[in-house]
Every structure is written in structure tokens, then in C-alpha cells.
Design a protein around this ligand. Sequence first.
Ligand code: ZN
Length: 85
Amino acid sequence: MSGVGSLRTEDAADRLDEYHPGGTHLWSPDAPIALGWHPYNQCSLWTCKACDGAFLRYTEYGGYYQDERIRPLMADLIVAPDARP
Ligand SMILES: [Zn+2]
């Protein structure tokens, strides 16, 4: 995979709120990809050279672990709700 860019936005970088109007949770396959909301404000965008797919990568930092999470970027899940609820 190769990196394309970051979805990180300076004004929302520390935000921990998630956006789940439909009752989804963090890594539900159908969770909205809410720009400016956690964890997408910490994601970077990557593309796969083999299949041309786009992926979001997010590294979760726990007390004693570091977890790499990847999810496919599905265009119809991208939403940009108001950054301040
Ligand atoms: Zn691929």
C-alpha cells in the first residue's frame, strides 16, 4: 500500500466524539465515515496498488499496545456532518 494523505484536520484532531446516528459502533462495516469526527480525524488514506482500492488506516494507542486498524474507504459511507454538534 502507499500513502496518499491524511484526513486529519487541525481543529478536530483531538476530538473523541464519534458519529453514529444509525446506532452503529466504531468499526461497524456500515458505520458512517464522518469527516472531522473520531477516529477519522486521525486516519490516513492509503491505496492498494494491486487492486486500486482505497483504505483508511488508524493507529489506536492503548496503555500497553498499539493497534493498527484498516477499513476500506466506501464512498457512499462518507458524510461530513457539522463538526460541532
Ligand atoms: Zn488491494
